[in-house]
Design a binder for this molecule. Sequence first.
Ligand code: GLA
Length: 690
Amino acid sequence: MLYGADYNPDQWPEEVWDEDVRLMQEAGVNIVSLGIFAWSRIQPAEDVWDFAWLDTVIDKLHAGGIAVNLATATASPPPWVSATYPETLPADESGASYWPGSRQHFAPSSPTYRRLAGELVRRLAERYVHHPAVVMWHVGNEFGCHLWMDFSDAARDAYRGWLAARYATVERLNQAWGTSFWSQRYGSFDEIFPPRLAPYSHNPSSMLDWRRFTSDMLLECYLMEREILLAAGATQPITTNFMGPFKPADYRRWAPHMDVIADDCYPDPANPNRVRDAAFQRDLVRSLKPGAAWLLWEQATDAVNWRPANPGKRPGALVAETAQSIARGADGIMFFQWRQSRAGSEKFHSAMLPHAGTGTRTWDAVTELGARLAALPELPAPGRDAQVALVFDWENWWAVEERDHPTEIDYLAIVLEWYGAFHARNIQVDIVGPEEVDHTYALVVAPALYLLRDEGASALARFVDDGGTLLTGPFTDIVDAHDHFRDGGFLTQLGPVLGLRFEDFGALAGPSSGGAGVGGLSSDAVQAAREAAGRGAVTFDLDGAARSGRLVAEAVHATGATTIAAFTSGPHAGAPALTRHRFGSGEAWYTATQPTPDALNAVVGVVVAASGVGPVVADLPAGVEAARRGDLVTLINHSDQRVEITIDGTDAETGVAVERVVLDPQGVAFVTAPARAGTFASAARAASTP
Ligand code: GLA
């Protein structure tokens, strides 16, 4: 188990470094991510290099038995870069420059930035690639975290090249973007600009490509550095830190280029759904490399500095959040950062070693956690343990949230609502792309899958045909990979699987409705008109209870499906609201509205019962989270009550056999309890672990 933090000794005088190593040992730290923002210290001027301090720090860490995840330091170019090479600066939508003075002020497509960053990486690699302390490489930092879209001239040139490589001829691009609309036909790639500030909506197909391009530019920066490290002979794992469900970067495309997935996660103590949201994030990053452990690369020991208000964690939450990562596949627990800064924007951010020193609640928590992690036995690799897969797709995210749709959709919020109904039941879930759906899952949930690629559609149909259960909902299977309607209406791919024909969206006015408005109507007026029409929600009956839906009430006609619940109000009262259809050896369910949380929970209850999937541990007290990782079951008590849980197994920390576990609030137990055939993760499914 790796345990440590970002380490920024360049912020401190040399006298502090020995104390750092001594206290790291006391805390149980065995690895640090070193020098992530140290470019200006390593290269104070273009032709001046200073590695002496870094040599000293690395040697001290090595002598102290602390391994180094060496940063390439390219995330914050020094002032001389911006002053000498203004073409490295990114631009906003209106073409105005972002200026230095913060961090991440570089244009990812800028050849000059790449040349300068590449030279830094080459020198670092050549110097340290064989150093025995260096066990891993940390490329850049949180690519795109602050600056995910660059509209500069460097981006313009790169975008034209990227599009030419994608489409070969401008005629094919015109087809893909549907440029006959609004006189947008291009005569050559040189006529294309990034989607800079425009009077009204940009072409949605072009926006989808722009999103693909911006994700690819960030990835190209990572790959450039990775290739330099490999060329210098690096044999250590190379990675960068992800940010969970981060919209600008399609991490599923990035994952094959990471030797190990590393992720940063900062649950908001004020978010009532923080446990659910963090569980989703951890399941997402685990699912990016099935069968492999991942690393929690940054979390906070206590408060952060970057939210409007920054309360600390409640007592015990640090252990509970850490356990959630381990439960869901992490083999490393790291923090931002080792020693709290004295100056700069992050001086109020908590650290392993607080500004107030070692005699603090945080230091005690950090040292206790270090000792507890060190006592853990070697953990099993996370298997493909889940029976349920939730489809979550970046291209769909980009497309479904474009403007000018029947209603505004917050894709991640919808995905989290569906995920939450499984999380609350402690049913384990993998988070996959539609193309990754296969027969090893029993139940697949695919919400709001507006953009459905041909391969994804085939995989979902095959899955049901092979005996799986599919649950999908409104605003699904609307467009192809170019964001075009397909011939033949909507639900063209999944209609036969669902036993449905789709007629109309039936958009409902929601509380957040608004937008630019057209034809002189202000958004307030549009909103008022919609509310006056009384179309804010819709109801349907399920199992004798009245339920409600939001966003849309679609008009679908059963062409083979059975209506399980019908709308009782709204534009399509009497029409199907929830349907079920036998297809091949499996079945497919459809909700024609987005159920509100209670209703969604009821729908999931019905489908779970029909599909036979089960929880990691049955009958857990409310507020207790359970996750399986091979033979290891982790139990976390997020409630305010002391709870008692019946479970047969061995306490993984003490090696003692247990039949029950008692957990205080925020208490955690790791129990080795192999899955029994016929229950969660049956023998047949376990055998399919890659
Ligand atoms: C991100 C960055 C770190 C630091 C933390 C603070 O994760 O990678 O450098 O700024 O946020 O929470």
